[in-house]
Design a protein around this ligand. Structure first.
Ligand SMILES: N[C@@H](CCC(=O)N[C@@H](CS)C(=O)NCC(=O)O)C(=O)O
Length: 227
């Protein structure tokens, strides 16, 4: 069980998020990678009011960050690469295989996530904004384009590069889960199956259950409830 209060690796995570965002927080990808690599870690939970000095760790005031005896890093992609470097499974040593994994990690974060995440936000968090409706066709166009291209490239392979699961798949599956939560994978059964395969991994299930356990333990008290 990699969660260990005495572990050298510490990650940050949000203490609580609304139900619609639970299971999608970006500390999940880091927890999952640590579970896959079999590395013990502890979690520093933060709330709406960030601890003093947190901007030094994360200039955008977000989670996750990772620190250990060697490094302090923010951005989930950089963190996954660092964890991958400790696991030949997640980030193989052979240069082509290694950079194939790294390229997919970047692709997930820069070519796919911005569109699917923004499309999801337009349909929920920003749904009431007057600018949301006119923005939808453009963002929908790009989200669908990227999902179709990704689906074509994945084809009937198990993972993005064949039969080997790497940090590239780990990142892509977490990005596609954002799309799936907002109904964006309905027309892409191959991508939905790929997400399902990722979610079936024991390391993913442990990571998700640990993240959800935090939210369950930190439910906000309803207004007026006795302390
Ligand atoms: N690009 C960053 C994004 C991190 C991010 O979006 N974190 C969210 C939680 S999933 C957050 O901290 N949101 C609170 C905020 O933006 O204030 C990464 O991948 O690490």
């Amino acid at each position: 069980m990699p969660i260990d209060p005495h572990a050298a690796i510490e990650i940050t995570a949000l203490r609580w998020v609304p139900e619609g965002a639970q299971g999608l927080g970006k500390d999940l990808r880091v927890r999952w990678a640590l579970e896959e690599a079999g590395l013990n870690y502890k979690v520093r939970l933060i709330g709406g009011e960030r601890p003093s000095g947190y901007l030094q760790d994360q200039p955008f005031n977000q989670v996750p960050c990772l620190r250990d005896d060697t490094v302090r890093i923010f951005e989930s992609g950089a963190i996954l690469q660092y964890i991958g470097e400790k696991s030949d499974e997640l980030l193989p040593a052979d240069p082509q295989t290694r950079y194939s994994a790294i390229q997919w990690t970047y692709a997930a974060l820069s070519s796919v996530e911005p569109f699917v995440q923004f499309r999801s936000l337009l349909n929920n968090v920003f749904a009431g904004e007057e600018w949301a409706e006119p923005a939808k066709p453009t963002i929908e166009h790009f989200a669908r384009l990227r999902l179709q291209q990704l689906s074509d490239r994945l084809g009937d392979k198990q993972w993005l590069e064949g039969d080997r699961f790497t940090i590239g798949d780990l990142m892509m599956v977490t990005v596609l889960r954002i799309a799936q939560r907002s109904g964006q994978l309905a027309d892409y059964p191959g991508l939905a199956a790929y997400v399902k395969l990722g979610e079936a991994r024991p390391a993913f299930r442990r990571a998700l259950s640990d993240q959800l356990a935090v939210f369950a333990a930190n439910q906000p008290q309803p207004e007026g409830a006795a302390a």
